[in-house]
Design a protein around this ligand. Structure first.
Ligand code: SF4
Ligand code: SF4
Length: 715
């Protein structure tokens, strides 16, 4: 026993000494550090008073121009990574929305912290330089597509084994940059430009005005005087419009709107010259809209200046305003617009929506006509009412956006096959555990089924699909909650979500054992290695009960230390979670700095001497599973009155020492190996059953048999 404890202690010392050699640091930018990051000829201006953004100027011979806006991503989009703590990126965005610079200031992603190392992370962010916020930036799946442009898309290389982490980084970078672009570069609050539909330039149908209306390409709203009067009821604007009072049914405004950039609209309404002229006036991705109105309410107020934002008409999408600006097109209604005769007296306005505004033509749009009335002469009271016109462009004219490649939805779609395999495997496990008679009546069948399943757990769930649940999942929740953030970041890792969901359900039925006994890759690895070493003649030692009871408590202490640490120190949590050898053994296949490899190998080999010693005595995740397993509603392991008194067979045979001398099962320590269930069901192994069988032939005192098996060596 003392050799085992020495082995454990030596491993801990070697591991910790290595760990302290490795450290991470984080930083928050000050003016001084900004100056270091952007040296001359760049000049760092004063931090904006309203937004945490530094203007970066470029000094030229005679002038100083704005070169970029620099900011930290966590000030704008604190999207937690897998440790529950966000990436912090230093981003410099030039006035055209191009990334002048992107650097990682800090992160706590387990896979990059002493795992793959930070180099792949730094190489990943390097790729953003010179790309534009208006481009559709897609993360490749490993094949080098860097710099390749495919239509509107530009591909950057992902990082193998860190797919979800780099997507979270990408999401943080774009969300933060869009916020700054909206505030500083005049981008509207529209959608992410990467995720909007595009107008199909190849679709054209010859239609007249009425055909366009019928096709849903021109939409109309008519407002009578009485409608407007009703809207001003009970306000200072009520009764102010004498004409409206006198002719309530007369037309106030007849409004038509159309998406002029859609070829079927633009080419049918505009002359070929004007259509060509419109194309010239629009930048790539810009969209043109046409608004026409007739009636007594002019579409433009008296003070309206051509080329500016209209004062009487506005646009919103998904409740966010989209800026529209008069295109100042020189249209002559007779010659340039093919309108029906009744609209020849209409007023029209062609407006532009710039590409970065993120107007999505596939989503509903809402136009609003603003009507302002004033009452009083000296200090007139102004009252404004809005009259809406909701529109929706038919999808036939659009190329819908690709699936959202930046958020978690796409990861779930990408990994559907792995998820299906996992679902099938979980279904098999549920079936095996619900109907164990097929296994437990044939011990060899159980042995081979178990080995096969554990092999699947290590190879598929662990090494291939990277689905090792970890204490980092729990510390991440604590860190996210402590910082007031959500835990949505888990959705970037579908295997983890699916496994946790399944395991959460099994807590109520079987307790901790289902995960620790069947679904933990590191646990499975230990068990398989134990089988091999046992085949080679190594026999593990049964830990004396007194020591076993004490050591089992150790893992709860480790759990508490980690959870408390998670609430107070991110840096220390990053270090201490390394007590868990999962990242080294499962995520990185033992390719890592030597202290970590020594630790992981030691924990695996420990199992050759103390059966699954890491699981039983040290594993903080196992401790957490034990605590959550208390939700179990049933004692699913059948017991007899003879169990423990006097029979000691199961107590002696449970390799996890989870059955006490009284025959009671400690479910917090049970790994659901089913060995005791095999014994219980067997006429050849269960002592009371053996005695029942022999009762008619031999007279054997039960205590003699029981004492005999209680003295036997562990299997
Ligand atoms: S105790 Fe830890 S390592 Fe062992 S099976 Fe459970 S979670 Fe995995
Ligand atoms: S022998 Fe029984 S009590 Fe012990 S771990 Fe296996 S199933 Fe649990």
């Amino acid at each position: 026993m003392s050799r085992v404890v020495m082995h454990l202690l030596t491993s801990v010392v070697v591991f910790l000494s290595g760990l302290f050699l490795m450290s991470a640091h984080a930083g928050v930018m000050t003016h001084e550090t900004m100056v270091q990051a952007f040296p001359a000829p760049l000049v760092v201006g004063e931090k904006d008073r309203d937004l945490p953004v530094w203007p970066i100027f470029r000094q030229e011979l005679t002038s100083t121009t704005i070169a970029a806006y620099a900011f930290e991503s966590q000030d704008f989009a604190a999207i937690p990574g897998f440790s529950g703590t966000p990436f912090n990126l230093l981003i410099a965005l030039d006035p055209n929305g191009q990334f002048m610079d992107v650097r990682v200031l800090s992160h706590h992603e387990p896979v990059f912290l002493e795992g793959l190392g930070e180099r792949p992370l730094f190489a990943f962010v390097e790729q953003y330089k010179d790309l534009s916020l208006t481009q559709s930036i897609k993360i490749g799946t490993g094949q080098s597509k860097s710099g390749k442009e495919n239509g509107a898309n530009v591909y950057i290389d992902g990082v193998s084994k860190a797919t979800a982490s780099v997507r979270i980084l990408n999401q943080s970078l774009l969300a933060a940059s869009l916020k700054v672009a909206r505030a500083k570069l005049g981008y509207s609050e529209g959608r992410d430009p990467d995720l909007i539909a595009k107008i199909r330039p190849d679709v054209f149908k010859p239609l007249d005005w009425y055909g366009l209306q019928k096709a849903g390409l021109i939409q109309r709203a008519t407002f009578k005087n009485s409608d407007v009067e009703k809207a001003f009821k009970d306000s200072a604007g009520e009764g102010v419009d004498v004409e409206a009072d006198q002719q309530p049914n007369a037309l106030f405004a007849d409004v038509y709107v159309a998406h002029l950039s859609v070829p079927t609209v633009g080419k049918n309404l505009l002359s070929p010259e004007k259509w060509a002229y419109l194309q010239q006036r629009l930048d790539p991705g810009d969209q043109a809209l046409l608004v026409l109105a007739r009636g007594r309410y002019p579409l433009m107020g008296e003070d309206f200046v051509r080329g500016t934002v209209p004062d009487r008409i506005s646009l919103t999408q998904q409740n966010l305003p989209i800026e529209i600006r008069d295109l100042d097109l020189d249209l002559d209604l007779d010659a340039s617009l093919n309108l029906p005769s009744e609209l020849m007296d209409a007023q029209w306005l062609a407006v532009r929506v710039i590409a970065p505004a993120g107007l999505d033509p596939a989503q509903p749009l809402s136009y609003a006509l603003h009507v302002t009335r004033s009452k009083g002469m000296v200090y007139p009271e102004l009252v404004t009412r809005h009259f809406s016109l909701a529109t929706q462009l038919p999808h036939d004219y659009l190329e819908l956006a690709d699936a959202d490649q930046k958020t978690w939805h796409s990861i779930w779609l990408d990994r559907w096959l792995e998820l299906m395999v996992l679902l099938c495997a979980l279904a098999v496990l549920v079936w095996a555990l619900r109907e164990p008679s097929w296994l437990v009546h044939h011990p060899h069948r159980l042995v081979w089924f178990r080995r096969g399943y554990l092999l699947f757990t290590v190879c598929f769930i662990g090494w291939y699909a990277q689905g090792q649940l970890s204490i980092v999942n729990l510390t991440a929740v604590v860190q996210a909650v402590a910082a007031g953030r959500g835990v949505g970041f888990f959705m970037y890792d579908p295997m983890t979500v699916l496994l946790w969901t399944f395991v959460a359900v099994t807590f109520f039925v079987w307790g901790r054992g289902t995960f620790c006994g069947w679904l933990c890759p590191f646990g499975a690895l230990q068990e398989l290695i134990s089988s091999v070493t046992r085949g080679l003649g190594f026999q593990w030692r049964r830990v004396p009960q007194r020591w076993d009871d004490r050591l089992k408590k150790l893992k709860y202490l480790v759990l508490v230390v980690l959870l408390v640490c998670a609430a107070v120190s991110v840096t220390w949590t990053d270090r201490l979670v390394e007590v868990e050898p999962f990242k080294t053994s499962i995520t990185l296949n033992f390719v890592r700095a030597w202290p970590f490899v020594v630790w992981a190998v030691a924990m695996v080999l420990l199992s050759a001497f103390v059966y699954k010693g890491y699981c039983r005595y040290l594993c903080p995740l196992g401790a957490g599973m034990g605590v959550l397993g208390k939700l179990r509603r049933w004692d699913w392991i059948a017991r007899r009155s003879e169990c423990g008194q006097p029979c000691q067979r199961c107590h002696a045979d449970c390799a996890y020492q989870a059955i006490d001398k009284q025959g009671k099962v400690d479910y917090d320590e049970c790994f659901q190996c089913l060995d005791c269930v095999v014994i219980f069901e067997s006429d050849a192994l269960c002592v009371p059953r053996i005695l029942d069988q022999r009762a008619h032939h031999d007279v054997i005192p039960i205590h003699a048999v029981a004492n005999a098996v209680s003295d036997k060596e562990p299997r």
